[in-house]
Design a protein around this ligand. Structure first.
Ligand SMILES: Nc1nc2c(ncn2[C@@H]2O[C@H](COP(=O)(O)OP(=O)(O)OP(=O)(O)O)[C@@H](O)[C@H]2O)c(=O)[nH]1
Length: 315
């Protein structure tokens, strides 16, 4: 029977055997010289580079995929300098010009006086996990393409709008009822992204989308993301006065949301430009003509200074 004290008596040769028989690849870099003091022999079957070709941290950096290299090297250096244990995922280049996804888990070893002495770590082959993640992402994209919901904002997507427009167009043509459209585009959104970042840009789009949903009243009214930072509202059985009222409501609701946009030349919060049009569909006009006519009004609203509504007189 062995007791706990046996563990302390494991010889260094046993440690070495254990380390070199795991799937994870152990390594050590001396901080002062930035040279490999050790790397497990498992590295060669995985990446093809010979064990004795890992001389310095530069060899490690050179064998990282160029798209991952700067970020990973800067991250690892800054964490190590700060004495913080860390991990990084990256594509390691193989000798035959392929790559393998690696998770490098790093422990910073310090001297008694607190200075960094060495980095030790394990490289794990995470290719299978990455393949599964990529597969999931592509399935998610496929599902999104098949669905009627915009993945970011949660409101209807362009596909749903196109389908509904065909239905409502036919319905309005046979009933002789007016059909209205509102196209709305956030002003100076590029500057918004530039200033606040893409993630906050996404949050802004979601907030505006949700607000537009609130502006609707009719049971068949639809708010959809038309593309990028452009939205469309479809209002069946709604005349020009009704459509203008909804457009005004949208503008007021966005104003009330008061989403900060300090770089906006229009003021200090997010605004939108809006084009509005109403038709009773007839044979000489297609749904595409209708959208284009409303889009021209949106363009006019942008040209005339933004943060305003322009209405098509005759379509
Ligand atoms: N965050 C985020 N930004 C997006 C998305 N879709 C489009 N954009 C950004 O929206 C910006 C649109 O820029 P522009 O077409 O120049 O329009 P703008 O800056 O709003 O200027 P005006 O419309 O003329 O007032 C681009 O920077 C796009 O990258 C998205 O899903 N998320």
């Amino acid at each position: 029977m062995s007791d706990m004290s046996d563990v302390g008596e494991l010889g260094s040769d046993v440690y070495k055997t254990l380390l070199e028989s795991t799937k994870a690849i152990p390594w050590k870099i001396d901080w002062a010289t930035m040279r490999f003091a050790y790397i497990g022999p498992q590295i060669e079957p995985l990446l093809g580079w010979r064990q004795d070709s890992w001389i310095s941290a530069e060899d490690w950096a050179a064998r990282i995929h160029p798209d991952d290299r700067d970020y990973v090297v800067n991250f690892c250096i800054s964490q190590s300098k700060a004495g913080v244990d860390h991990e990084a995922d990256y594509r390691a280049l193989t000798r035959d010009n392929g790559y393998v996804w690696i998770r490098d888990v790093v422990h910073v070893v310090r001297k008694e006086n607190g200075e960094v002495d060495a980095l030790v770590g394990f490289m794990f082959d995470i290719s299978e996990r990455k393949k599964t993640e990529e597969k999931l992402l592509s399935l998610q994209r496929e599902l999104e393409a098949l669905s009627f919901k915009d993945g970011l904002t949660g409101i209807a997507n362009r596909r749903r709008f196109d389908a509904s427009l065909s239905t409502e167009w036919e319905s309005a043509r046979s009933s002789g009822q007016p059909l209205s459209l509102i196209l709305l585009d956030i002003d100076f959104f590029k500057q918004y992204n530039d200033l606040y970042g893409h993630i906050q840009g996404d949050a802004c789009l979601t907030a505006v989308a949700q607000t537009l949903n609130l502006a609707l009243a009719g049971p068949r009214d639809l708010a959809a993301r038309y593309g990028g930072e452009e939205f469309v509202l479809m209002l069946p059985e709604t005349d020009a006065a009704g459509a203008l009222a909804v457009a005004n409501r949208c503008r007021r609701l966005i104003e009330r949301q008061d989403i900060a946009h300090v770089k906006s030349p229009n003021g200090r919060s997010v605004t939108a430009s809006i084009g509005v049009g109403t038709v009773v569909p007839h044979d000489g006009l297609s749904p595409t003509d209708f959208i284009q006519a409303v889009d021209r009004q949106l363009y006019a609203a942008k040209q005339n200074g933004r943060d305003r509504i322009e209405v098509a007189d005759h379509i």
